[in-house]
Design a protein around this ligand. Structure first.
Ligand SMILES: Cc1cc2nc3c(=O)[nH]c(=O)nc-3n(C[C@H](O)[C@H](O)[C@H](O)COP(=O)(O)OP(=O)(O)OC[C@H]3O[C@@H](n4cnc5c(N)ncnc54)[C@H](O)[C@@H]3O)c2cc1C
Length: 539
C-alpha cells in the first residue's frame, strides 16, 4: 500500500493557482463522508481537519450502527427507515469494522414482552431487505442464560433484537484513506482560520494553517462545506459576525468497565432509565461500554469532560440491572462526546427531544453548513451535502456512487477473529512489517493485544502524527483502559520517534502531554513511577 507522505500532500495545497471544486472543513464522520462522496463523483476535493480525524464527537459514540429504537418510540419513522438502510449499506461496504450484534431488553413489567416484541418487529420491517435478523420474545430463563449477571428480582421476560456495532474512529481513518485513494487531498492538523470572499461577498476559499509548521495558506474553492460538528457556529461567525448560534451541544458520557461485569457477546438495552433515557451496555474490544447521558451544555471543546452526576447516573443505573455491580474503582476509562443538536427555537433545555435528523442549509455567502445526524447516516449526509454543493457551485452534475463503494480495508469472509480484524484487507501487509524488524511482532504492553507493528503501520499508512492519534484513535487503548494507555505511552513514543525522525525531547514531551490528557479519562490521577535506570551510577 502507498505510504502517506504528509510533506507531498502539503505541496499539493500550496499552489495558489489551484481551484478546488469542494473544500470540506472538518474531519469527523460528516466531513469525511462528504469528501468521499465528492471525490468518488469526480470532483476536485480537499478536506482540512484542525486536529486528528474523529478527534471530536466521531470517536466518542456508543459504537452502534443503528436505526435508533428510541426514535421509533418518538414516532420518527422516516429517520429510522433511512438509518436502517444506511446500516445495511455500511455492513456491506465495511464488513471488517461493522458487525451484527444481538441486543437484549430485559423486561421488568408484565406487558414489556409483548410491547417491545411488537415495536422491534416494526423496526425489522422498516429495515426491509437489509434487515439484521428478526426480533424475538425470550423467557426469563433464556434472559438469565444469555446474561448470567442480570438482576433477576422482578424480571419477567426479555426481547432480543439485532443492530450493528462498529469501531468509530477506525472507520473515520478508513474513510480518509478511501478518499485519498480516489484522488482527494485530505489533511489532519490543518485548521481553517478564516473564509475568503470575493467582491460580491461570496465565499471563494479559506485561509488555513498547518498546525505542525505554523505556515498559513490561502486556498481557492468553488464551494466550502462547514462540517465542523459542535464547532459549526465558529465558521458561521467567520461568515457573519454576530450570528445567533444554531447548535446546542448535548453531552453524552460513557464509562468502560471489565467484561466480567457482563460476560458473553450480547449487549443490554435499557429502554427507559429513571429519567426516561435509553442506556446501553455494549461489549466492545473485550471490554464493556456503558452509556450514555444527554446533558445540555453551553460550551464546546475537543476534549469535553464527564460531570460527576453523569458518572453517578451511569453507575446507579448499572447497579439496578447487574448483580455484580461496578463501582468507581472499576472504571477503566470515561469518555465524553458532544452531539451537535439544532438549538431549540423556544430556548428549551430538553435536548433528548430535539430531532436527530441532519440539517443542511446555505448562508447568503454560499457557505454550506451540515449538522446533526448520526454516524450511521454519514454517507447519506455526505450525499445530500454534495448534491447541495453542485447546486451552489454550479458544478457539472454527477450522481453519488458511494452506496456500493467498498471502504478501505473492506474484506469479505474475513477469517480472523482477533483484534487485527479491524485492519481487514491490510492485515497481511501489516504483518510483513515483522519481517522488517522482528521486535515489532511483540505486544506494546502485556495487558493489551496491540503489537508494535501497529504503531509503525499507523504512522506510515494512517496519518498518525502524535501519541494521542495512535493510543486513542488508531488502537483504542485510551478509551478501553486509560491507565494501561499511560503505561504504553513511552514505548509508543519511542517507536514513533524513529519513524518520524524525532528527538528524545519530542518523545518526553509527547509522553508528558499524553499522560495529562489520559488523566482526564480517569476518576483518580495516575502517574506511573519511572522505571529505575539499569545504568550503574558511579559516585
Ligand atoms: C455520546 C454520543 C453517542 C453517540 N452514539 C452514536 C452511535 O452509537 N451511533 C451513531 O450512529 N451515532 C452516534 N452519535 C452521533 C455521532 O457520533 C455524531 O453525529 C457524529 O460523530 C458527528 O460527526 P461530525 O463530523 O458532525 O462532528 P465531529 O466528529 O465533532 O467532527 C467535526 C470536526 O471538525 C473539526 N473542526 C472544527 N473546527 C475546525 C476548523 N476551524 N478547521 C478545521 N477543522 C475544524 C473538529 O476538530 C472535528 O474533528 C453519538 C453522539 C454522541 C455525542
Amino acid at each position: 500500500m502507498k505510504s502517506f507522505k504528509r510533506d507531498e500532500i502539503v505541496i499539493a495545497i500550496s499552489n495558489p493557482e489551484t481551484i478546488w471544486d469542494i473544500i470540506v472543513v472538518g474531519g469527523g464522520a460528516t466531513g469525511l463522508g462528504t469528501a468521499l462522496d465528492a471525490v468518488a463523483r469526480g470532483y476536485k476535493t480537499l478536506l482540512l481537519e484542525q486536529s486528528d480525524f474523529a478527534k471530536g464527537t466521531s470517536s466518542r459514540s456508543t459504537k452502534l450502527v443503528h436505526g435508533g429504537v428510541r426514535y421509533l418510540a418518538q414516532g420518527d419513522i422516516g429517520l429510522v427507515r433511512e438509518a436502517l438502510y444506511e446500516r445495511g449499506l455500511l455492513l456491506k461496504n465495511a464488513p471488517h469494522l461493522v458487525k451484527n450484534g444481538a441486543f437484549i431488553i430485559p423486561n421488568y413489567e408484565w406487558w414489556g414482552g409483548a410491547f417491545y416484541t411488537i415495536g422491534l418487529t416494526l423496526y425489522d420491517i422498516l429495515a426491509g431487505k437489509l434487515g439484521f435478523g428478526k426480533a424475538k420474545y425470550i423467557s426469563k430463563k433464556e434472559v438469565i442464560s444469555k446474561l448470567p449477571n442480570i438482576n433477576q428480582k422482578g424480571l419477567c421476560s426479555g426481547v432480543v433484537y439485532h443492530d450493528g456495532q462498529f469501531d468509530d474512529s477506525r472507520l473515520a481513518v478508513n474513510l480518509a484513506q478511501t478518499s485519498l485513494e480516489k484522488g482527494a487531498t485530505i489533511l489532519n492538523y490543518f485548521r481553517v482560520e478564516s473564509l475568503i470572499k470575493n467582491d460580491r461577498k461570496e465565499i471563494c476559499g479559506v485561509v488555513t494553517t498547518d498546525g505542525e509548521t505554523g505556515i498559513s495558506y490561502r486556498i481557492k474553492g468553488k464551494t466550502v462545506i462547514n462540517a465542523t460538528g459542535v464547532f459549526v457556529d465558529e465558521l458561521l461567525q467567520m461568515d457573519t459576525p454576530g450570528k445567533k448560534p444554531i447548535v446546542r451541544p448535548s453531552q453524552g458520557v460513557h464509562i468502560v468497565i471489565d467484561k466480567l461485569f457482563m460476560p458473553g457477546t450480547d449487549a443490554i438495552m435499557i429502554p427507559k432509565t429513571e429519567d426516561g433515557r435509553v442506556l446501553f451496555a455494549v461489549p466492545w474490544h473485550d471490554k464493556l461500554v456503558v452509556g450514555t447521558t444527554d446533558t445540555p451544555i453551553n460550551e464546546h471543546s475537543l476534549e469535553p469532560r464527564a460531570l460527576e452526576e453523569e458518572i453517578d447516573f451511569i453507575l446507579r443505573t448499572a447497579e439496578k440491572y447487574l448483580t455484580i455491580t461496578p463501582t468507581r474503582q472499576d472504571v477503566l476509562s470515561i469518555f465524553a462526546g458532544l452531539r451537535p443538536l439544532a438549538a431549540p427555537k423556544d430556548g428549551s433545555s430538553k435536548t433528548k427531544e430535539i430531532s436527530r435528523s441532519h440539517k443542511l442549509f446555505v448562508s447568503e455567502s454560499g457557505l454550506i453548513t451540515i449538522t446533526g445526524g448520526k454516524w450511521t447516516t454519514y454517507r447519506k449526509m455526505g450525499e445530500d451535502t454534495v448534491d447541495k454543493a453542485i447546486e451552489v457551485g454550479k458544478l457539472q452534475p454527477h450522481s453519488t456512487v458511494t452506496k456500493n463503494l467498498p471502504i478501505h480495508g473492506s474484506i469479505k469472509n474475513a477469517s480472523r477473529t482477533d483484534h487485527l480484524l479491524v485492519y481487514g484487507s491490510d492485515i497481511d501487509e501489516l504483518l510483513t512489517l515483522i519481517n522488517e524488524n522482528a521486535a515489532w511482532g511483540e505486544k506494546i504492553n502485556p495487558g493489551m493485544p496491540y503489537l508494535c507493528a501497529e504503531v509503525i503501520w499507523s504512522v506510515r499508512h494512517e496519518m498518525a502524527r502524535n501519541l494521542d492519534d495512535i493510543l486513542a484513535r488508531r488502537v483504542r487503548a485510551l478509551f478501553l483502559d486509560a491507565r494501561l494507555a499511560i503505561d504504553m505511552a513511552p514505548k509508543v513514543a519511542s517507536l514513533m520517534a524513529l519513524e518520524l525522525i524525532k528527538d528524545k525531547k519530542w518523545e518526553s514531551d509527547q509522553v508528558e502531554s499524553f499522560t495529562r490528557l489520559a488523566n482526564g479519562y480517569l476518576l483518580e490521577p495516575y502517574h506511573p513511577k519511572p522505571k529505575p535506570s539499569k545504568m550503574k551510577v558511579h559516585e
